[in-house]
Design a protein around this ligand. Structure first.
Ligand code: 5GP
Length: 239
């Protein structure tokens, strides 16, 4: 497999073409951004950790019957994925109140929601990824109602798989963001699942083990990402 020209550089990843038009080569970056790119920094080792952590989750989800874009790791910081036509909707699944939802609805962070809450956001940096509903998705022609229904069902299946899997590792899955796309006419899970895109709390202490440490200047960002990798794999990463 050959890495060809760069197609796209996002905030956390670079995407390259390959000599197979169905596959893309993704390089995870150490760059960290928050609040729609207004806060910037570097987390040394984040590219390696998120690449390995995301690969771990996607492999596990594929084994449990969740179709997704992951193909294989190329090296510690890069992976091959299936090329997707990405649906411009972020799917957020929440188990406990936190972040923007806690703020918007005046909820105390950590409040139990009594079952998962699914939010949709329009993927648009210019608009700041605004919250939208099923009707907005239809009006904006982002996906068909039956496609959103399928996505919601997959997102909730991912929730029960990940919640149980992480509970065994002493981690509470507070919330996370998923992205989906079309591959050969089928809707499959894409993007990444990592401490950049999820809120992970230690089950005992409720210590934050995710990007909120960067967003909120709590320190110990790289240590938190390493701790997630350690709990998932039982291994240390050499950086
Ligand atoms: P919130 O709505 O509180 O900002 O985010 C809810 C969850 O989705 C968090 O786990 C957060 O990391 C993830 N999330 C939402 N939007 C984005 C985004 O644009 N980028 C990333 N990396 N994560 C997001």
């Amino acid at each position: 497999m050959k890495k060809l020209e760069q197609l796209y550089e996002g905030k956390a990843k670079k995407v390259y073409k390959t000599d197979n038009e169905d596959l893309l080569w993704v390089e995870y970056k150490d760059d960290a951004t928050a609040f729609n790119g207004t806060k910037k920094g570097t987390i040394v080792g984040k590219g390696v950790l998120n690449n390995l952590i995301s690969a771990h989750f996607f492999q596990m989800l594929a084994e449990k019957g969740v179709p997704n874009h992951f193909v294989e790791l190329v090296n510690e910081q890069e992976q091959l994925v299936k090329a997707l036509d990405i649906i411009q909707v972020e799917i957020i699944v929440r188990n406990l109140a936190a972040g923007s939802m806690a703020k918007r609805l005046g909820m105390e962070e950590g409040m139990d929601l009594g079952g998962p809450v699914v939010d949709y956001c329009y993927k648009s940096d210019e608009l700041g990824d605004p919250l939208i509903n099923d009707d907005h998705i239809r009006a904006l022609n982002l996906a068909l109602p039956e496609q959103i229904q399928t996505i919601r069902e997959i997102a909730l299946k991912v929730n029960s798989i990940l919640t149980n899997y992480l509970a065994d590792k002493g981690i509470i899955l507070v919330d996370y963001k998923l992205e989906f796309g079309f591959h050969k006419g089928e809707v499959i899970l894409g993007d990444e699942i990592s401490p950049d895109t999820c809120r992970f709390w230690d089950s005992e202490t409720r210590e934050k083990l995710d990007k909120d440490r960067f967003r909120r200047d709590l320190g110990g960002v790289d240590e938190a990402y390493k701790e997630i990798y350690r709990r998932l794999t039982g291994k240390e990463v050499k950086l």
